[in-house]
Design a protein around this ligand. Structure first.
Ligand code: RET
Length: 291
């Protein structure tokens, strides 16, 4: 019995911080806290603004594009709330070979723990938000369902393997292997964005707006990819967790709310263009029998 008692004590002291400690740490760290709380506010405000802007859109296809962009903000609200509450944050111990192997983190409450802070909830929730960025882009470009599904499936795979890269603690090499897999999936999405959809957009008459959004998306998405490599979870060229987090938050502000604003403004003024295509999702020009 005594042996088990000692074991239990040893295990409990080896455990990480409580959710409450992480919540307070985020709240008390000005840089980290502002990178999270500001985005909760922006996500909420953008939802109200977008609903107002699109209040007169009645065409279902135009509405689908608007709703897709609004889902991005809604997921963002959830994502940042998860981070703010400490629910989707952990302190993880980096494997040998990683620049932060062997470091410890002191939280604002005074507790010191082995490891570095990972805001892994970001990668998880990107798997739910970014597909809707691609859905909006694919619909705007007048793409067929095959390309939309391909882009979305590979996009979800980017984020899930990115989560694998962030949370792997067994081997430094494996962290970067996950990263390489994630980047290769990313290249599939980039191919669709840069090669397939611009052609479709030309045919649909949306080339101008699509090209603006395409450049914005590709540049920013490469930004996330490089930021991971430079931040505390990658090469740790940027060791500060708050600064690493602010990078993603700044990208998010443009890639989500800025992007959505451009999309909705265009859709509201060009409902006919985004809803007039005859081939959307169709692979046959034969009219269905009306029996
Ligand atoms: C990770 C790390 C692994 C390699 C790659 C990544 C790419 C992430 C991207 C994120 C985009 C997020 C957006 C969020 C807005 O809601 C996961 C950082 C390739 C492209 C647009």
């Amino acid at each position: 019995m005594t042996d088990t008692g000692i074991l239990a004590v040893t295990l409990s002291t080896a455990e990480g911080p409580t959710q409450a400690e992480l919540f307070e740490h985020v709240l008390n760290d000005a840089l980290l806290g502002s990178s999270i709380y500001l985005n909760i506010a922006l996500a909420g405000l953008s939802l109200l603004l977008f609903a107002y802007m699109a209040r007169n859109v009645t065409d279902p296809r135009a509405q689908l594009i608007v709703v897709s962009t609004m889902i991005v903000s809604a997921v963002s609200l959830v994502s940042y709330t998860g981070l703010a509450s400490g629910l989707t944050i952990s302190i993880i111990e980096m494997p040998d070979g990683h620049a932060l192997a062997g470091t410890s983190t002191t939280l604002s409450g005074g507790g010191t723990y082995d490891g570095t802070i990972s805001l892994w909830g970001r990668y998880l929730t990107w798997a739910f938000s970014t597909p809707f960025i691609l859905l909006a882009l694919g619909l705007l470009a007048g793409s067929n369902l095959t390309k939309i599904v391909t882009a979305i499936v590979f996009d979800i795979a980017i984020m899930v393997t990115g989560l694998g890269a962030a949370l792997t603690t067994s081997s430094h090499l494996l962290r970067w292997f996950w990263y390489a897999v994630s980047v290769s999936f990313f290249l599939v999405v980039v191919y669709i964005l840069l090669v397939e959809w611009p052609e479709d957009a030309k045919a649909a008459g949306t080339a101008e707006i699509f090209n603006t959004l395409k450049i914005l998306t590709v540049v920013l998405w490469f930004g996330y990819t490089l930021w991971w490599a430079m931040g505390n979870e990658g090469l740790a060229l940027i060791r500060n967790v708050g600064l690493t987090s602010w990078g993603y938050s700044a990208f998010d502000i443009v890639a989500k709310y800025g992007f959505s604003l451009l999309v909705i403004r265009y859709v509201v003024n060009n409902v006919r263009t985004v809803s007039a295509g005859s081939e959307y999702g169709s692979t046959s020009d034969v009219a269905p029998a009306d029996d």
